[in-house]
Design a protein around this ligand. Structure first.
Ligand code: PMV
Length: 348
């Protein structure tokens, strides 16, 4: 009668935050709410093959393959994830798992694969749960996938659905929760339905400071409380902007969020800088281009040197010309990735 074996495959996207999450409490509870655009092209494809064991074992049984090759180095992160979710997925130790994963973007491009990777894996685990308990609803399935993904990597909980996802309790956003991401529940302006994100790859090296360490440094940061309050206020301000399509207000808010994220990195102890000279060069050129052309393009940053350029779809041609003329020179090996707002993870 019970589920013995099967295979599940999910494609889950990356996401880019507009209001940033930086700083957390116990159990991956965010210090402030955040909101992101779900991306489309940058994704992780993960398959999990489940086989039931004769009995529950003491340890988790799994193998991990990355781009076709067995990867032992990724195992500790997965074991930590399994330990965190075990109490919510008590069936895990009854199965052995073969996990196979690949990313659409170049490995070590400085694009965090933890969001797309952890959300894809969580969705595969929810497929296992659904095989065991076929009665669970679609809503429960997605909420719990996001809940599990959060325990793997905070921002991963915003990579299950699209196009705009809120994570973290916020007074003015109905249904928002610290425990999982939800779709932005209000109707947004047309312009945001087809927004573009071009990721300029400034530095493909490993980060000097991991996001785990970075979040932790917010505990001693003298500006932490002000930052958390600012993020809450910015999310309040963003709600009417997303409804009205006021792009100059959008640009100001999004760029301010990116710089505030990096400002609290500068004011941590130990302090650190994740921007590179070319990050600043690109930001200055985006500002000059915007002033000259009036095209509503803005930048944002996550925890690294790469620059995300956000703009409405209709400006595509002019933006691509601008990149080729002025920005590729500041990208490592001239590389950039074209992406757009997307609809969330898909079962394959
Ligand atoms: O999910 P983590 O722990 O890798 O943190 C990601 C934090 C930022 O990308 C810098 C901001 C965000 O909200 O995505």
């Amino acid at each position: 009668e019970d589920f013995k074996s099967g295979k599940s495959t999910w494609r889950a996207p990356s996401n880019i935050a507009l209001v940033k999450y930086w700083g957390k409490k116990e159990n991956q509870i965010p210090a402030n709410p955040s909101i992101s655009f779900t991306l489309n092209n940058c994704h992780t494809l993960t398959s999990v093959t489940f086989s039931k064991k004769d009995a529950k074992t003491e340890n988790f049984s799994f193998e991990f393959y990355f781009e076709g090759k067995k990867k032992e180095s990724f195992k500790p992160k997965i074991i930590q994830f399994f330990r965190r979710i075990e109490q919510y997925c008590p069936y895990l130790k009854y199965f052995s798992l073969k996990i196979e994963s690949e990313n659409s973007f170049p490995h070590s491009s400085g694009i965090a694969s933890s969001a797309s990777g952890m959300s894809a894996l969580s969705l595969c685990i929810m497929d296992l749960e659904k095989n065991i308990y076929p009665g669970i609803s679609e809503d429960y399935f997605l909420k719990k996938a996001s809940f599990l993904a959060r325990l793997g990597s905070g921002s991963a909980c915003r990579s299950i659905e699209g196009n705009l996802v809120v994570w973290g309790n916020h007074q003015e956003i109905e249904g928002s929760s610290d425990l999982f991401g939800i779709n932005f529940p209000y109707k947004t302006h047309e312009v945001f339905k087809s927004y573009r994100d071009i990721i300029l790859l400034v530095d493909k090296g490993a980060k000097q400071v991991s996001s785990t360490v970075g979040h932790d440094l917010m505990h001693g940061n003298p500006y932490a409380e002000a930052r958390f309050e600012q993020a809450n206020k910015n999310l309040s301000k963003l709600i009417p902007i997303l409804k009205s399509g006021d792009l100059s207000a959008f640009i100001e808010l999004v760029e301010s969020e990116a710089l505030s994220l990096h400002a609290v990195m500068l004011s941590s102890l130990p302090y650190f800088i994740l921007m590179k000279p070319n990050t600043l060069e690109i930001i200055n050129r985006i500002w000059a281009f915007r002033k000259l052309t009036g095209i509503p393009v803005c930048f944002t940053l996550d925890a690294g040197a790469n620059v995300h350029m956000l703009y409405p779809e209709e400006n595509e041609i002019k933006i691509l010309d601008f990149i080729k003329d002025q920005l590729v020179a500041y990208c490592e090996k001239g590389q950039y990735i074209c992406d757009k707002i997307g609809g969330g993870a898909k079962r394959i």
